[in-house]
Write a protein that binds this ligand. Structure first.
Ligand code: GDP
Ligand code: MG
Length: 603
């Protein structure tokens, strides 16, 4: 293929605006997949994606398209929409020259529409606005076009109105891709040079790297070098159509995969440059590493499961390079890891994937944001090799006596909502210690608000609460905005006098009492009655600030059976035993494993 017949583009949008559905239609029209009822969101391959109905992982597909007697090779990258996965979007963008910016004809511009637009705009990509779901009864494409004109400064004439569901005007989208997106700048006569923009791990074949060729060509069996590690590999190559389709060669401008026989998962560095052994090149700029916003400890339920969990975490982090991993250990939980995530949904999805794809059973500790402390104790400064330390683990929270100042991360949040909810949203933001920065109308009914939030106020359940108070109409996105001074203390939760390591948290000093009280109350609801009394306490140092009690109770499952049905009895006993497997013992107290995350959510 000649480079000027290649188009590399990704589909970006707010969640649920129809990216994956449009991708399905594009795959069908170009004959990559059969047109059947069963093929829905075919690029969402992961079980979590199918269950939650969201895209978590960007996917690539190469399409062949004839237009005015010419054959084109279109490389499509479907991306996730949720704020936690925007790192996937920015990586996909680096392999493309254009984007399809999808906006729902009924919902209009939402917070991630704005965020994703700026990612593409800053990367100077061609942007094709596509208004989707025009088949809906209350679709209002006129209004959405006005919003696009006002917020993004794109002339309304450039918008394409489609229904991805019915296939209406989808052909026009393909034409626009060919006409409006420039071909990649990649010279076939240059030495082979490829950007590794993504990777995944396959149980059978090891590491699969997604590559974009910025120059030259590579053929099966060539000796390929990773610029980052300097290691040499011999590769198998191919295109995603959308399943892997082996080929003999890949050419300048193409997007495809290389399976280079990398043994160790750490060898496939996202942002790395590949070149031929005999023709070294200057490495491409690569990526800024993703910034983790939420940290949590992960431990095996039983220390004998440590090696299995380690390899599961290693493999999964290869599929998701935005997770940071550090080894950690705790007295109560043994050896484990401290992982950093881009947000809470990201953390939940990671945990779910560990359990579903790797059959691992994990204890997850309370999520915390990366706090900082400026040390004043000369001894500690020497120990840490500097004045400033980052605290991602409540167990390592330094005492006030050794600290001159604590700092907390802040983010700049964008909220879009119908103006009838403005009052409610403002008072909720206020209760989360937010400072208003800006408020503008994007049309006669919708408002865009900007607030500076302490990150810990939005990390756990802000989004859920925003959704419920706006009947689902508000959307939210945020970006890093540095640090601010904060009054912090560490709070422990005790069960019958034993600290629950999972629940140790760093809290705002003036929130300690109310947080402690509500955590105790919720824990009381989450722990079943047992054969002895259980005291639940919140403590700051040795001072108890809240307490709840669970009364003793004999949980006799057999009492429910009348007389002799022995199979029923066995079934019940088995059920109870299974229930117990998911319990964690703290002292003598059994705690359901999933109780903690619920306790942490402010309801
Ligand atoms: P994504 O999150 O952007 O990938 O969105 P999906 O492609 O998963 O679509 C979200 C929901 O919108 C699904 O239930 C789709 O069936 C639905 N949807 C997508 N496109 C259309 C459309 O053109 N018309 C209608 N009525 N529904 C659509
Ligand atoms: Mg999707």
């Amino acid at each position: 293929f000649n480079v000027d017949k290649i188009r590399n583009f990704c589909i970006i949008a707010h969640i649920d605006h129809g990216k994956s559905t449009l991708a399905d239609r594009l795959l069908e029209i170009t004959g990559a997949i059969a047109k059947t009822e069963k093929n829905k969101q075919v690029l969402d391959k992961l079980q979590v994606e199918r269950e939650r109905g969201i895209t978590v992982k960007a996917q690539t597909a190469s399409l062949f398209y004839s237009h005015q007697g010419q054959q084109y090779l279109l490389n499509l990258i479907d991306t996730p929409g949720h704020v936690d996965f925007s790192y996937e979007v920015s990586r996909s963008i680096s392999a493309c020259q254009g984007v399809l910016l999808i906006v729902d004809a009924n919902q209009g511009i939402q917070a991630q529409t704005v965020a994703n637009f700026y990612l593409a705009f800053e990367a100077q990509l061609a942007i094709i606005p596509v208004i989707n779901k025009i088949d809906l009864r209350n679709a209002d494409p006129e209004r959405v076009e006005s919003q696009i004109e006002k917020v993004f400064d794109i002339p309304r004439e450039e918008c394409i109105r489609i229904s991805a569901k019915l296939g209406t005007n989808v052909e026009k989208v393909l034409q626009a891709v060919v006409d409006r997106i420039p071909p990649p700048v990649a010279c076939p006569s240059d030495p082979f040079k490829a950007l590794v923009f993504d990777s995944s791990f396959d149980h059978y074949r090891g590491v699969v790297t997604n590559v974009a060729l910025f120059g030259g060509q590579v053929k099966k069996g060539d000796r390929i070098v990773s610029a980052y590690l300097g290691k040499t590999y011999e590769g198998e190559l191919g295109l995603f159509r959308p399943d892997e389709h082996p080929t003999q060669k890949l050419y300048a401008g193409q997007v495809g995969y290389i399976i280079a026989g990398m043994k160790d998962v750490k060898e496939a560095q996202i942002g790395d440059t590949l070149h031929l052994q005999e023709r070294p090149v200057e490495a491409l700029p690569g990526f800024k590493p993703a910034k983790a916003m939420v940290f949590a400890g992960m431990y095996p339920m039983d220390q004998s499961e440590y090696p299995g969990l380690r390899s599961a975490i290693e493999r999964l982090t290869l599929n998701d390079s935005s997770v940071t991993v550090q080894r950690d250990s705790s007295l109560a939980l043994g050896a484990g890891w401290r992982l950093g995530f881009l947000g809470l949904l990201h953390m939940e999805v990671f945990n779910q994937r560990l359990e579903q794809e790797y059959n691992a059973s994990v204890i997850v500790t309370a999520p915390t944001v990366p706090y900082k402390a400026i040390l004043s104790s000369a001894k500690l400064i020497k120990e840490h090799g500097g004045k400033e330390i980052t605290i991602v683990n409540p167990a390592q929270f330094p005492d006030k006596a050794a600290v001159s100042e604590y700092l907390e991360p802040v983010v700049l949040g964008t909220i879009l909502a119908p103006d009838s909810y403005t009052g409610k949203i403002m008072s909720m933001c206020l209760s989360r210690r937010a400072i208003q920065k800006n408020i503008v109308y994007i049309d006669d009914q919708r408002v865009m608000m900007k607030y500076l939030f302490p990150l810990n106020e939005i990390v756990v359940d802000f989004y859920d609460q925003l959704k419920s108070l706006s009947s689902g109409y508000a959307s939210f996105d945020y970006e890093n905005a540095g640090y601010q001074t904060a009054e912090l203390i560490k709070m422990d939760i005790l069960l019958n006098g034993k600290p629950v390591e999972e629940l140790a948290t760093i809290v705002q000093r003036d929130r300690a009492y109310s947080t402690g009280k509500s955590m105790c109350e919720r824990l009381k609801d989450a722990i079943p009655r047992q054969m002895f009394e259980i005291a639940i306490q919140a403590a700051i140092g040795s001072k108890i600030i809240a307490r709840e009690t669970i009364k003793a109770y004999r949980n006799n499952v057999l009492a429910k059976c009348y007389g002799g049905d022995i199979t029923r009895k066995m079934k019940l006993l088995k059920k109870q035993a299974e229930g117990k497997k998911k319990m964690r013992l703290i002292g003598r107290v059994e705690v359901p494993k999933d109780a903690f995350i619920n306790v942490l959510k402010r309801l």
